[in-house]
Design a protein around this ligand. Structure first.
Ligand code: UT7
Length: 330
Protein backbone atom coordinates (compact mmCIF):
# COMPACT_ATOMS: atom_id res chain seq x y z
CA UNK A 1 0.00 0.00 0.00
CA UNK A 2 1.26 3.51 -0.82
CA UNK A 3 2.33 5.45 2.24
CA UNK A 4 0.31 8.60 2.87
CA UNK A 5 2.08 11.68 4.17
CA UNK A 6 0.53 15.04 5.09
CA UNK A 7 1.51 17.91 2.80
CA UNK A 8 0.74 21.61 2.93
CA UNK A 9 -0.98 22.50 -0.34
CA UNK A 10 -1.98 26.15 0.22
CA UNK A 11 -1.20 29.10 2.49
CA UNK A 12 -3.06 32.28 3.47
CA UNK A 13 -2.43 35.16 5.83
CA UNK A 14 -3.89 38.23 7.45
CA UNK A 15 -2.31 40.99 9.50
CA UNK A 16 -4.23 44.01 10.80
CA UNK A 17 -3.66 47.37 9.11
CA UNK A 18 -2.70 49.29 12.25
CA UNK A 19 1.11 49.46 12.67
CA UNK A 20 2.64 50.09 16.09
CA UNK A 21 6.25 51.16 15.52
CA UNK A 22 9.15 51.27 17.97
CA UNK A 23 9.07 55.06 17.71
CA UNK A 24 5.42 55.06 18.82
CA UNK A 25 6.29 52.79 21.77
CA UNK A 26 8.98 55.31 22.82
CA UNK A 27 6.09 57.64 23.65
CA UNK A 28 4.21 55.03 25.69
CA UNK A 29 6.91 53.35 27.82
CA UNK A 30 10.53 54.05 28.68
CA UNK A 31 12.23 52.38 25.76
CA UNK A 32 13.86 53.26 22.48
CA UNK A 33 14.05 52.01 18.91
CA UNK A 34 17.77 51.18 19.23
CA UNK A 35 17.20 48.97 22.31
CA UNK A 36 14.24 47.11 20.82
CA UNK A 37 15.94 46.59 17.45
CA UNK A 38 19.25 45.38 18.87
CA UNK A 39 17.71 43.16 21.60
CA UNK A 40 14.85 41.66 19.59
CA UNK A 41 15.11 42.52 15.87
CA UNK A 42 11.59 43.98 15.97
CA UNK A 43 10.87 47.30 14.21
CA UNK A 44 7.07 47.24 14.20
CA UNK A 45 4.08 45.05 14.96
CA UNK A 46 0.41 44.95 13.87
CA UNK A 47 -2.44 45.58 16.31
CA UNK A 48 -6.07 44.59 15.73
CA UNK A 49 -8.28 47.54 16.55
CA UNK A 50 -12.05 47.65 16.75
CA UNK A 51 -14.77 46.83 19.24
CA UNK A 52 -15.68 43.14 19.34
CA UNK A 53 -12.96 41.99 16.97
CA UNK A 54 -11.21 38.92 18.33
CA UNK A 55 -8.80 36.27 17.08
CA UNK A 56 -11.53 34.79 14.87
CA UNK A 57 -11.65 38.01 12.82
CA UNK A 58 -8.05 37.47 11.68
CA UNK A 59 -8.37 33.69 11.40
CA UNK A 60 -11.37 34.05 9.07
CA UNK A 61 -9.51 36.56 6.87
CA UNK A 62 -6.45 34.30 6.61
CA UNK A 63 -8.64 31.28 5.81
CA UNK A 64 -10.60 33.22 3.20
CA UNK A 65 -7.39 34.30 1.47
CA UNK A 66 -6.29 30.66 1.31
CA UNK A 67 -9.70 29.52 0.01
CA UNK A 68 -9.67 32.18 -2.73
CA UNK A 69 -6.07 31.44 -3.79
CA UNK A 70 -6.65 27.69 -3.87
CA UNK A 71 -10.15 28.02 -5.38
CA UNK A 72 -11.21 25.61 -2.66
CA UNK A 73 -14.82 24.71 -1.99
CA UNK A 74 -15.02 25.21 1.82
CA UNK A 75 -17.61 22.43 1.99
CA UNK A 76 -14.76 19.99 1.24
CA UNK A 77 -12.91 20.90 4.44
CA UNK A 78 -13.18 18.11 7.03
CA UNK A 79 -11.63 19.82 10.03
CA UNK A 80 -10.68 23.32 11.14
CA UNK A 81 -8.07 23.65 13.88
CA UNK A 82 -7.34 27.09 15.30
CA UNK A 83 -3.98 27.11 17.06
CA UNK A 84 -4.22 29.99 19.51
CA UNK A 85 -3.47 31.22 22.99
CA UNK A 86 -6.10 33.96 22.70
CA UNK A 87 -9.38 32.30 21.76
CA UNK A 88 -12.37 34.61 21.29
CA UNK A 89 -14.15 33.41 24.42
CA UNK A 90 -14.18 30.67 27.02
CA UNK A 91 -16.22 27.50 26.60
CA UNK A 92 -16.89 28.14 22.90
CA UNK A 93 -14.17 27.08 20.51
CA UNK A 94 -12.99 29.80 18.10
CA UNK A 95 -12.42 27.20 15.38
CA UNK A 96 -16.09 26.23 15.38
CA UNK A 97 -17.12 29.83 14.68
CA UNK A 98 -14.41 30.23 12.03
CA UNK A 99 -15.59 27.04 10.26
CA UNK A 100 -19.15 28.35 10.13
CA UNK A 101 -18.11 31.80 8.92
CA UNK A 102 -15.97 30.49 6.05
CA UNK A 103 -18.69 28.10 4.91
CA UNK A 104 -16.94 24.91 6.03
CA UNK A 105 -20.32 23.45 6.87
CA UNK A 106 -19.15 19.83 6.69
CA UNK A 107 -16.24 20.36 9.06
CA UNK A 108 -15.86 20.05 12.79
CA UNK A 109 -13.46 22.28 14.66
CA UNK A 110 -11.49 22.79 17.83
CA UNK A 111 -8.85 25.08 19.30
CA UNK A 112 -5.37 23.94 20.24
CA UNK A 113 -3.42 25.93 22.83
CA UNK A 114 0.23 25.33 23.55
CA UNK A 115 1.19 29.02 23.63
CA UNK A 116 3.84 29.85 21.02
CA UNK A 117 4.15 26.18 20.03
CA UNK A 118 0.43 25.86 19.21
CA UNK A 119 0.92 25.89 15.45
CA UNK A 120 3.83 23.45 15.60
CA UNK A 121 1.80 21.00 17.70
CA UNK A 122 -1.15 21.64 15.35
CA UNK A 123 0.99 20.51 12.42
CA UNK A 124 1.57 17.25 14.26
CA UNK A 125 -2.14 16.75 14.99
CA UNK A 126 -3.30 17.66 11.48
CA UNK A 127 -0.68 15.38 9.93
CA UNK A 128 -1.63 12.44 12.11
CA UNK A 129 -5.27 12.71 11.03
CA UNK A 130 -4.24 12.88 7.36
CA UNK A 131 -1.76 9.98 7.66
CA UNK A 132 -4.48 7.85 9.25
CA UNK A 133 -6.67 8.54 6.17
CA UNK A 134 -9.50 9.56 8.47
CA UNK A 135 -9.68 13.08 6.99
CA UNK A 136 -8.49 14.50 3.66
CA UNK A 137 -8.64 18.28 4.01
CA UNK A 138 -7.61 19.97 7.25
CA UNK A 139 -7.37 23.72 7.65
CA UNK A 140 -4.83 24.63 10.33
CA UNK A 141 -4.90 28.29 11.33
CA UNK A 142 -2.42 29.93 13.68
CA UNK A 143 -3.94 33.15 15.01
CA UNK A 144 -3.43 35.34 18.04
CA UNK A 145 -4.64 38.72 19.19
CA UNK A 146 -1.72 39.10 21.59
CA UNK A 147 -2.61 42.74 22.20
CA UNK A 148 -5.67 41.51 24.13
CA UNK A 149 -3.44 40.23 26.94
CA UNK A 150 -0.67 42.83 26.92
CA UNK A 151 -0.21 45.62 29.42
CA UNK A 152 0.94 48.62 27.39
CA UNK A 153 2.61 50.02 30.49
CA UNK A 154 4.91 46.99 30.80
CA UNK A 155 7.96 47.48 28.59
CA UNK A 156 9.09 43.90 29.21
CA UNK A 157 6.20 42.57 27.11
CA UNK A 158 4.56 45.34 25.07
CA UNK A 159 7.55 45.76 22.77
CA UNK A 160 7.54 42.10 21.77
CA UNK A 161 4.04 40.99 20.88
CA UNK A 162 1.82 41.66 17.86
CA UNK A 163 -1.39 40.38 16.26
CA UNK A 164 -1.81 38.26 13.13
CA UNK A 165 -3.01 35.04 11.53
CA UNK A 166 -1.81 32.49 9.00
CA UNK A 167 -3.59 29.48 7.54
CA UNK A 168 -2.40 26.29 5.81
CA UNK A 169 -4.26 23.43 4.18
CA UNK A 170 -3.10 19.87 4.87
CA UNK A 171 -3.87 17.18 2.31
CA UNK A 172 -2.69 13.59 1.69
CA UNK A 173 0.42 13.13 -0.45
CA UNK A 174 1.63 9.87 -2.01
CA UNK A 175 5.03 11.16 -3.18
CA UNK A 176 6.56 11.32 0.29
CA UNK A 177 6.22 15.10 0.66
CA UNK A 178 4.96 16.93 3.76
CA UNK A 179 5.66 16.08 7.38
CA UNK A 180 8.55 13.62 7.74
CA UNK A 181 9.31 13.57 11.45
CA UNK A 182 8.83 15.50 14.68
CA UNK A 183 10.38 15.94 18.11
CA UNK A 184 7.99 17.66 20.54
CA UNK A 185 8.67 18.49 24.20
CA UNK A 186 7.12 20.30 27.18
CA UNK A 187 7.94 21.14 30.79
CA UNK A 188 5.33 22.41 33.26
CA UNK A 189 7.74 24.42 35.39
CA UNK A 190 7.65 27.00 32.59
CA UNK A 191 4.30 28.40 33.70
CA UNK A 192 6.12 30.32 36.45
CA UNK A 193 8.04 32.39 33.93
CA UNK A 194 5.53 33.21 31.20
CA UNK A 195 1.75 33.48 31.35
CA UNK A 196 -1.25 35.46 32.57
CA UNK A 197 -2.01 34.59 36.20
CA UNK A 198 -5.71 35.52 36.27
CA UNK A 199 -8.52 34.72 33.88
CA UNK A 200 -8.24 30.95 33.90
CA UNK A 201 -9.91 28.46 36.27
CA UNK A 202 -7.12 28.69 38.84
CA UNK A 203 -7.56 32.40 39.45
CA UNK A 204 -10.75 33.66 37.78
CA UNK A 205 -10.96 37.36 36.99
CA UNK A 206 -11.82 39.45 40.04
CA UNK A 207 -11.68 43.17 40.68
CA UNK A 208 -8.58 42.62 42.85
CA UNK A 209 -6.88 40.64 40.10
CA UNK A 210 -7.59 43.42 37.62
CA UNK A 211 -6.31 46.04 40.05
CA UNK A 212 -3.05 44.08 40.20
CA UNK A 213 -2.96 43.69 36.40
CA UNK A 214 -2.95 39.90 36.70
CA UNK A 215 -5.04 39.50 33.56
CA UNK A 216 -2.00 40.58 31.53
CA UNK A 217 0.88 38.42 30.40
CA UNK A 218 3.84 38.37 32.71
CA UNK A 219 7.24 37.34 31.38
CA UNK A 220 10.56 36.77 33.10
CA UNK A 221 12.34 37.56 29.85
CA UNK A 222 15.83 36.43 30.87
CA UNK A 223 14.72 32.96 32.02
CA UNK A 224 12.48 32.48 29.00
CA UNK A 225 15.28 33.66 26.72
CA UNK A 226 17.79 31.19 28.17
CA UNK A 227 15.34 28.28 27.94
CA UNK A 228 14.30 29.27 24.42
CA UNK A 229 17.86 29.48 23.13
CA UNK A 230 18.89 26.19 24.69
CA UNK A 231 15.78 24.17 23.87
CA UNK A 232 15.03 25.42 20.36
CA UNK A 233 18.63 24.81 19.31
CA UNK A 234 18.60 21.43 21.05
CA UNK A 235 15.50 20.09 19.26
CA UNK A 236 16.78 21.42 15.95
CA UNK A 237 19.97 19.40 16.39
CA UNK A 238 17.93 16.35 17.53
CA UNK A 239 15.58 16.39 14.53
CA UNK A 240 18.58 16.53 12.17
CA UNK A 241 20.38 13.70 13.98
CA UNK A 242 17.21 11.60 14.15
CA UNK A 243 16.93 11.78 10.37
CA UNK A 244 20.64 11.60 9.46
CA UNK A 245 20.51 15.12 8.03
CA UNK A 246 23.28 17.72 7.96
CA UNK A 247 22.93 21.48 7.59
CA UNK A 248 23.59 21.02 3.85
CA UNK A 249 20.32 19.09 3.55
CA UNK A 250 18.31 21.99 5.04
CA UNK A 251 16.81 24.45 2.57
CA UNK A 252 15.06 26.61 5.18
CA UNK A 253 14.83 27.08 8.92
CA UNK A 254 11.34 28.32 9.88
CA UNK A 255 11.72 29.20 13.56
CA UNK A 256 9.20 30.82 15.89
CA UNK A 257 9.70 34.58 15.70
CA UNK A 258 10.10 35.55 19.37
CA UNK A 259 13.48 37.22 19.26
CA UNK A 260 15.97 37.56 16.39
CA UNK A 261 18.79 36.57 18.74
CA UNK A 262 17.06 33.27 19.64
CA UNK A 263 16.56 32.43 15.95
CA UNK A 264 20.17 33.31 15.11
CA UNK A 265 21.44 31.18 18.01
CA UNK A 266 19.43 28.22 16.69
CA UNK A 267 20.80 28.70 13.17
CA UNK A 268 24.34 29.05 14.51
CA UNK A 269 24.06 25.80 16.48
CA UNK A 270 23.52 23.89 13.21
CA UNK A 271 25.91 26.11 11.22
CA UNK A 272 23.16 27.32 8.93
CA UNK A 273 23.79 30.29 6.65
CA UNK A 274 21.59 33.35 7.34
CA UNK A 275 20.24 33.16 3.77
CA UNK A 276 18.44 29.93 4.74
CA UNK A 277 16.78 31.41 7.82
CA UNK A 278 13.23 32.71 7.33
CA UNK A 279 12.79 36.01 9.15
CA UNK A 280 9.91 38.48 9.37
CA UNK A 281 10.04 39.41 13.06
CA UNK A 282 11.02 42.96 12.08
CA UNK A 283 7.52 43.49 10.59
CA UNK A 284 5.23 41.64 12.98
CA UNK A 285 7.00 41.00 16.30
CA UNK A 286 5.98 37.86 18.16
CA UNK A 287 2.49 36.87 16.99
CA UNK A 288 2.54 33.68 19.13
CA UNK A 289 0.66 30.96 17.16
CA UNK A 290 0.80 32.92 13.89
CA UNK A 291 4.57 33.22 13.44
CA UNK A 292 5.16 29.96 11.54
CA UNK A 293 2.27 30.26 9.04
CA UNK A 294 3.10 33.95 8.52
CA UNK A 295 6.65 32.90 7.59
CA UNK A 296 5.27 30.38 5.09
CA UNK A 297 2.97 33.01 3.58
CA UNK A 298 5.77 35.58 3.28
CA UNK A 299 8.25 33.06 1.80
CA UNK A 300 5.76 31.08 -0.32
CA UNK A 301 7.06 32.53 -3.61
CA UNK A 302 10.60 31.35 -2.81
CA UNK A 303 9.65 27.81 -1.77
CA UNK A 304 10.17 24.95 -4.20
CA UNK A 305 8.77 21.44 -4.36
CA UNK A 306 11.02 19.12 -2.35
CA UNK A 307 12.59 21.89 -0.21
CA UNK A 308 13.53 20.67 3.25
CA UNK A 309 12.14 22.94 5.95
CA UNK A 310 13.00 22.55 9.62
CA UNK A 311 10.29 24.12 11.77
CA UNK A 312 11.19 24.99 15.38
CA UNK A 313 9.26 26.69 18.16
CA UNK A 314 9.46 27.51 21.84
CA UNK A 315 6.69 28.98 23.99
CA UNK A 316 4.97 29.40 27.31
CA UNK A 317 4.25 26.37 29.43
CA UNK A 318 7.06 25.62 28.49
CA UNK A 319 6.39 23.95 25.14
CA UNK A 320 8.84 23.41 22.30
CA UNK A 321 9.79 21.18 19.43
CA UNK A 322 10.96 20.75 15.86
CA UNK A 323 9.47 19.29 12.70
CA UNK A 324 11.23 17.99 9.58
CA UNK A 325 9.08 18.85 6.56
CA UNK A 326 9.26 18.58 2.76
CA UNK A 327 7.51 21.31 0.78
CA UNK A 328 5.04 20.03 -1.83
CA UNK A 329 4.57 22.72 -4.50
CA UNK A 330 6.27 25.48 -6.51
O1 UT7 B 1 7.40 33.51 22.39
C1 UT7 B 1 7.46 33.03 23.69
C2 UT7 B 1 8.77 33.00 24.21
N1 UT7 B 1 9.27 34.32 24.50
C3 UT7 B 1 10.51 34.61 24.24
O2 UT7 B 1 11.20 33.80 23.67
C4 UT7 B 1 11.08 35.92 24.73
C5 UT7 B 1 12.37 35.67 25.42
N2 UT7 B 1 12.98 36.82 26.01
C6 UT7 B 1 13.49 37.86 25.30
O3 UT7 B 1 13.33 37.91 24.09
C7 UT7 B 1 14.31 38.88 26.01
O4 UT7 B 1 14.60 38.44 27.31
C8 UT7 B 1 13.66 40.30 26.12
C9 UT7 B 1 13.58 40.90 24.73
C10 UT7 B 1 12.28 40.17 26.70
C11 UT7 B 1 14.53 41.19 26.97
O5 UT7 B 1 15.84 41.25 26.45
P1 UT7 B 1 17.08 40.99 27.40
O6 UT7 B 1 18.27 41.16 26.57
O7 UT7 B 1 16.90 39.66 28.06
O8 UT7 B 1 16.97 42.18 28.42
P2 UT7 B 1 16.95 42.12 30.01
O9 UT7 B 1 15.60 41.72 30.47
O10 UT7 B 1 18.14 41.35 30.48
O11 UT7 B 1 17.19 43.62 30.34
C12 UT7 B 1 18.44 44.29 30.03
C13 UT7 B 1 18.31 45.74 30.42
C14 UT7 B 1 17.75 45.93 31.83
O12 UT7 B 1 18.40 47.06 32.39
P3 UT7 B 1 19.63 46.88 33.39
O13 UT7 B 1 19.09 46.08 34.55
O14 UT7 B 1 20.69 46.14 32.62
O15 UT7 B 1 19.99 48.28 33.72
C15 UT7 B 1 16.29 46.22 31.60
O16 UT7 B 1 15.73 46.98 32.63
O17 UT7 B 1 17.39 46.40 29.54
C16 UT7 B 1 16.32 46.99 30.31
N3 UT7 B 1 15.08 46.87 29.56
C17 UT7 B 1 14.71 47.74 28.62
N4 UT7 B 1 15.26 48.87 28.17
C18 UT7 B 1 14.62 49.53 27.18
C19 UT7 B 1 14.17 45.87 29.62
N5 UT7 B 1 13.19 46.09 28.74
C20 UT7 B 1 13.50 47.24 28.10
C21 UT7 B 1 12.88 47.98 27.08
N6 UT7 B 1 13.47 49.11 26.65
N7 UT7 B 1 11.72 47.59 26.51
Amino acid sequence: MTKITAAITAVGKYVPEYILTNKMLEKIVETNDEWITSRTGIKERRILKGEGKGTSYMAIKAAQQLIDKKKLDPKEIDLVIVATATSDMKAASTAVYVASEIGATNAFGFDLDAACSSFLYGMSVASSYIESSRYRKILLIGADKCSSMINYEDRATCIIFGDGAGAVLFEPNTKGLGLQDEYLRSDGMGRNFLGAKAGGSKYPITKEAIDKGQQFVYQDGKTVFKNAVFNMADVTVKILEQNNLTNNDVTWLAAHQANKRIIEATAKRINLDASKVMMNIQKYGNTTSATLPLLLADYEQQLKKGDTIIFAAFGGGFTWGAIYFKWAYN
